[in-house]
Structures are given as C-alpha cells and as structure tokens.
Design a protein around this ligand. Sequence first.
Ligand SMILES: [Zn+2]
Length: 371
Amino acid sequence: MAKLTSPDIMKQKNKKKVLKIIYTEKNIYRAKIAEMTHMSTQTVTNITKELLSEELIYEVTLEKKALGRNPMALSINESGMFVIGVEISVRSIRTILTDFSGKVILSTKKDIEKDINVIDILKESIEHMLNGFDYVDNIKGIGITVEGIVNADEGIVVKAVDLNLYNVNIKEELEYLGIPILLENDVNGTAIVEKYRYNKTKNFMLVKLDSGIGASFVLNDELLSSTNNVSGEFGHTRIYRNTDIKKCKCGRLGCLTTEASIGALKEKYQLDYETIKKEVENGNAEIRKHLIEIAKLTGQLLSNVIVLLDLDEIILTGRLINDFNSILYDEIKTEIQDNIPGWVSFRRLSVLDINDIKNVSTQLAIENYFR
Ligand SMILES: [Zn+2]
C-alpha cells in the first residue's frame, strides 16, 4: 500500500466522519452535515460527491416543493455494504454475513466438539461466506467475538481455556483475507455496541450471567481496558467463606462463579441446563432457594462496585437472567437499593435480552469501519 501523507489521512478521516453521520442520521442534508462536522459546505460537497461516485451513499428527496429545485438529502447505501461477524462461544462458532442495515444474508453454525481446531473452523466458515457471495469487494470488515481473554488492540486471544486457545494472533491468522479484522471479548463487544447504538448513560457496567460470569465497564464514555485485559472478571471476586467453599477454575477458593453460574448449577445438581430450567418451572424449591441466594450475593457485590465507581446503570444479560428473570431480578435490585448510599446517583438496573444482542460481531465490524 502506498504511504499516506498527512493531508491524505486527514481527508480519509473526514470522509469516514461524513459517512458515519449519514449512517447514523439515516437521511440528512449536506448543510446539516457541515453544521455537525464544522466543515465548510464546499468540503462536505466534495466529500459527498466522492461518496456518491463510489456508490456508498445515494440521494433521496424528502420533501416536494411546489416551485424550484427539491433539496436532496443523503442516505447510506445500507444494502450495498456488507460485514461478516463470527461469534465464538464455548458451545459454538456462529458466522453471519449481513448488510449495513443488519439484514442477515448468510449464516452458518458449528458446534464445538472435543478436540476441535477453532482456528481451522474460523477460516473455513469465513471462506465459505466469501466463496458463496457475489459482492466480496463490498465486504467492509470482519468482527469476531470470543468468550475468553482478548487483547483487542493486537487482535490476540490471550486465553480461552474451553476453546484451547492461548496467545493466538487472530488478526495475523486472517491477514491473508485482506479484510479489516476486529477482535473483541464477547462481553466487551456487547458493551461497545450498547454504548454506540443505544446511547447508554456515561458510566455503566454490563454483567453477563451465563456459563460463567463476565463483565465490562464503560466509564466516562470509554470502554475500560486494562493491563492484562482482564478487567471485569466479576465472577472471580471471592465471596464465599463458609466451610464447604468450592475450588474455582482460576485455582482459588470461593469465587462468585463457583455458585452463581450455569456451570455451577449443572455441577451442583448434576443436571443439564434444560432440565434445571424445567425443574424450576415445576416448582423445585431447592434450586429456587439457591437462585435467590445467588441473586442476593450478586446484588451485594454489585452494590459495592456501584459505590466504588459511581455507576449510573448496570445492565444484566446472559441466559441465567434471561431464563430466571422473575426470580433473580427483584432480589438483585432490592440488594442494590438496600446497600447503596443516597449520594450515589445510580439510576437503573436493566436487563438486556440475549435475543436482542445476536449480531454484536457484525455491529462491531461496522463500528470499526467508521473509525
Ligand atoms: Zn475464580
């Protein structure tokens, strides 16, 4: 690639800025873009001319004037731009191809079996998408989320025990495709998408209660990133001190996740998750009592985090809160309310339905394209 000089870089940046505004505002006039970007109308006109010729945007008539020329608004060519998303969980690898409106065009899913080579499956799934698609040149990026510790800046999966991945540079592995790659931890990815798409409050924590427990922080509008990429390992805060405390996968005793995760429930009752759900539905008092206990402890721990970081909101997600919302939510909320002092501005404990967060990976790829 030819080296870009700084005016070129500036120009590219401005172009992306204009494109992103057209994407987020849907239909917008040039004058409004100039106002929002503080660019001159001439600059905006030049940029949009280029974007029109590249077919990334098109003109639309929003209002019909009786006399004279109708002002033309601009819209992004959502159905002509595409991204690939891959969601690597401990249970499956799901790959989808969507356009910029989020419409799914192709999708595949592969279950994680023993001795599976995740990288091979990843490459195969993406290549399968590319081979079956007529507009490969219009694919603007690939977003990948992984249940594990991720170094997003370098594109490395640092550690994903159940997937047998240790220090694997995914960006390098996929460089041959010639498409920009963005890799992120699944919970961080969800937090980023929440932050951009739904205009969340400035300081929030997203907690995923699922096979294990993960969390992400958005503080002062920025995703918290830490030295070892492990901030938000909420499941490994130690809380249990009683005599029969369990040993955690992390090697220590009494972490929250040893009782308050799907993995812990399965082990404790020696049942698969579907059966546990049925048992609770049918009124199994023992499991119900256990769920109430873990909700109380989770609420107590969360109230400490709220006080420490002055959080506005906590968003709960994951199968556990989805499936047992009626048992868990009120208990967690009550614990938080009872344990935070009046001078903390905490506003909301919300639940993000897992069915609403299916396409985090493609959203990340879109966000990355506009960066
Ligand atoms: Zn632990």
